[in-house]
Write a protein that binds this ligand. Structure first.
Ligand code: AMP
Ligand code: MN
Ligand code: MN
Ligand code: MN
Length: 274
């Protein structure tokens, strides 16, 4: 069974429309798809309608930016109701933070000689949502850098000028919004936070205490060792297993929708609980 529960459209930092994401999933032979845009549920109606027409099982999703102590983490909500007022209101708050941050990034990049970065980046986004990926695309277009990894390394991470910190909603609030809207809360790409094993255990145990339901154990680049490590974390804290490509569709990324290692998840597969 091909299942992809983590994808992005142009309602956040992906390239394709929700409809094109659904068509791509059908062509890839997916049995289940979720669209999980960053802090955005605006693509869900289009994706859901198109999935119905094409007989694809569609799970309403979102990937929410959250703060847990000093960490910025991503929590995927699966099986949410996009009309729920707690969720809608919460996402509005995160998007206000996104816009404020984008303006700050613009000012900060001006100090290193990149003028009008906010305005140029805003005009690149098809929607009102602005992510660091949009800044990266702008810098590639302006020939300041050649590719996404180099922009992130030189400008958008660590203590670089475009890495403006955001006080995202707390992990407690984010998990509550997801639960209030009837969804399951899944920790996205746990290995990408580059934590030591002790810190990872502490993070997952604290998230479990505030209601985390599952973690992603398989993504596009998972090796067998990655899967085993993530599965062990899930098992230690009695969490469900989820999986997804984190497809964005940029030509300079090799990630493909639906192309994740096949794996027998058994009873704890999140699909059984949606
Ligand atoms: P934001 O939510 O606006 O902070 O942007 C985060 C997004 O930037 C992630 O979801 C990724 O799509 C992208 N991203 C983060 N780090 C990198 C990287 N090193 N290379 C390419 N894309 C990245
Ligand atoms: Mn992204
Ligand atoms: Mn993410
Ligand atoms: Mn993602």
């Amino acid at each position: 069974m091909i299942v992809d529960l983590h994808t992005h459209s142009y309602y956040s930092d992906g390239v394709l429309s929700p409809k094109d994401i659904v068509m791509k999933a059908v062509n890839a032979g997916c049995h289940y798809l979720s669209l999980t845009d960053h802090d955005s549920i605006e693509g869900l109606t289009e994706a859901s309608t198109c999935s119905k027409d094409l007989n694809l099982n569609f799970i309403q999703g979102v990937e929410i930016s959250a703060k847990h102590l000093s960490y910025s983490i991503h929590i995927v909500g699966l099986g949410i109701n996009p009309n729920n007022k707690f969720l809608v209101h919460g996402l509005m708050k995160n998007n206000k933070l996104r816009i404020d941050r984008a303006k700050e990034i613009g000012k900060s990049l001006a100090h290193v000689g990149i003028e009008n970065a906010y305005e140029k980046t805003k005009s690149l986004s098809k929607t009102k949502y602005i992510t660091r990926t949009h800044f990266a695309q702008m810098m590639i277009k302006e020939k300041i850098c050649n590719n996404l990894p180099s922009v992130f390394k030189k400008y958008m991470t660590g203590n670089k000028p475009g890495a403006v910190k955001v006080d995202w909603a707390s992990s407690i609030d984010v998990i509550n919004w997801i639960h209030q809207s009837g969804g399951l809360a899944i920790l996205a790409h746990p290995l990408r936070y580059k934590l030591t094993s002790t810190k990872m255990k502490k993070l997952v145990s604290e998230l479990k205490d505030i209601g985390l339901d599952g973690i992603e154990i398989v993504n596009s680049f998972s090796s067998l060792d990655d899967i085993a490590r993530s599965k062990k974390i899930a098992d230690d804290y009695e969490l469900l297993y989820s999986c997804g490509s984190d497809f964005h569709g940029w030509s300079n990324q090799s990630i493909e929708l639906g192309k994740i290692p096949l794996y027998d998840y058994g009873k704890k597969f999140v699909i059984n609980y949606l």
